[in-house]
Design a protein around this ligand. Structure first.
Ligand code: ADP
Length: 421
């Protein structure tokens, strides 16, 4: 049996439950039933009349029946993430009975609570309660790979990365789980050396992981037992830039899709010109990188990232080293492109202001071995004007992020001191 503290921590791991009005999550922790299921068991079925919400404690759930036609129910197809809420859609939507079955692919423990009761509980809290409920609905609509045709659900599950496991082993990342919804802009911040790039490289397919799994739209793209491969579905934009110096902007833009036989030259030129025009770069199409400022090069690179129609855009400190003024310009260019295309973005930075200005969600990593310490939800409306940087709600989020990162930076510093001693 879990104690109340453990239950609370599992419930809080859920993005939306943890935002429920004060008292709701505590009430659920007390009220929820703990249930154990054997491998192969079916948790609920169409026939079962009661409506329950479930939160995964441990194990592996899959919903093999979720099909395209069931879009409106938007239920997770698969999860191993403790704290994941599943099977609630029926309750929230007021469905009379179960709509699908969830199968346990391993011995599984869940916290179960009555969906109708939860719905009433949220509603009785007025506006914040309704907000929590709506968040849940939205969460499921986009959270997992649903059928809406939106791609780019990135699922990082309990990842560990040990460098040089047989020598002087360095545990860079440990127990790291992140779910990025299709089209979400997710930033990761943390002290230097906490494992941010390690994680991004694992997603990009540049490096192996020691344990855990990474899925993109339900497909395993990295795991301990496989050799990952980079692919055009995951485009990386690096800090040092990667434009071909011998090619013009237009040639840089069209090269990838032509080499990969994804587009004819005419199609690629059309798409490139379209993208350049949308971000005000048409005039530079015949310039070479050496003849452009670094800010301009970064903007071209971001536009180029979209050429390949990626599911996820991975940015590793892409604006490091740019002066403050140039940064604002490239931030706005990135936001503009994000608004246009709404691709899933995983953005790594040590610049907290940048993270909050750009992202829907900022994840603060712990000091090495890195895992997720805190989530900061950035509920600031888009499009985001530059004036937002001085607004109270922005500054509050920034303060929250500074406090979280500072604590980890101090730990990292002290650990460094110990290592040196
Ligand atoms: P961040 O991006 O947060 O600055 P990294 O992911 O680059 O951190 O590194 C995390 C930790 O892993 C650091 O301690 C770093 O020294 C170590 N590390 C990174 N790459 C390697 C490698 N190839 N071999 C050994 N240790 C590594």
């Amino acid at each position: 049996m879990l104690n109340t503290e453990q239950r609370l921590s599992i419930l809080r791991a859920n993005r939306h439950l943890s935002r429920a009005p004060a008292g709701v999550i505590e009430t659920i922790a007390e009220r929820a039933e703990e249930m154990d299921f054997a491998k192969g068991a079916v948790i609920f079925s169409r026939q079962e009349p009661s409506v329950y919400c479930y939160v995964l404690v441990s194990g592996h759930i899959s919903h093999p029946e979720v099909q395209a036609a069931e879009e409106q129910f938007a239920i997770a197809r698969e999860t191993t993430v403790p704290g994941q809420l599943f099977g609630w859609a029926a309750a929230v939507e007021g469905m009379p009975d179960r709509i699908i079955s969830a199968r346990c692919d391993a011995p599984t423990r869940v916290l179960a609570f009555d969906g109708k009761w939860f719905q009433d509980l949220c509603r009785s809290h007025g506006e914040p309660g309704l907000q929590a409920l709506q968040d849940l609905v939205r969460s499921y609509a986009g959270h997992e790979r649903t059928v809406s045709g939106r791609r780019g659900w990135l699922s990082i599950r309990n990842v560990q990365k040990v460098y040089d496991p047989f020598g002087k082993s360095v545990v860079a990342v440990d127990g790291c789980s992140i779910e990025v919804r299709p089209g979400e802009f997710c930033a990761i911040v943390g002290p230097s050396g906490c494992g941010k790039s390690t994680l991004l490289n694992a997603v990009a397919g540049f490096d192996t992981i020691t344990s855990g799994e990474i899925h993109l739209d339900g497909e395993r793209i990295n795991a301990a037992d496989m050799k990952p491969k980079p692919g055009p579905d995951r485009i990386v934009v690096f800090q040092h830039g990667a434009l071909f110096p011998w090619a013009t902007v237009l040639e840089n833009m069209i090269r990838g899709p032509i080499v990969q036989n994804k587009m004819s030259k005419a199609q690629a030129v059309q798409r490139a010109r379209d993208l350049l025009a949308r971000v005000g770069l048409s005039k530079v199409e015949s310039r070479y990188p050496a003849g452009m400022s670094s800010g301009m090069c970064r903007r071209v690179e971001i536009a180029r990232a979209l050429m390949n129609d990626p599911r996820v855009i991975l940015l590793d400190e892409p604006f490091r080293g740019l002066d403050a003024l140039t940064k604002t310009v490239v931030h706005n260019a990135l936001l503009e492109m994000y608004e246009m295309e709404r691709r899933t973005v995983l953005f790594i930075t040590h610049d907290l202001e940048e993270a909050i200005y750009l992202a829907d969600r900022v994840l603060v990593m712990t000091t090495r071995p890195g895992s997720i310490k805190q989530t900061i939800f950035v509920d600031l409306q888009r499009p985001r004007p530059t004036e937002l940087l001085g607004k109270e709600e922005f500054l509050q989020l920034k303060e929250e992020a500074i406090a979280a990162v500072h604590e980890e930076a101090v730990k990292a510093f002290e650990a460094g001191e110990r290592e040196m001693a």
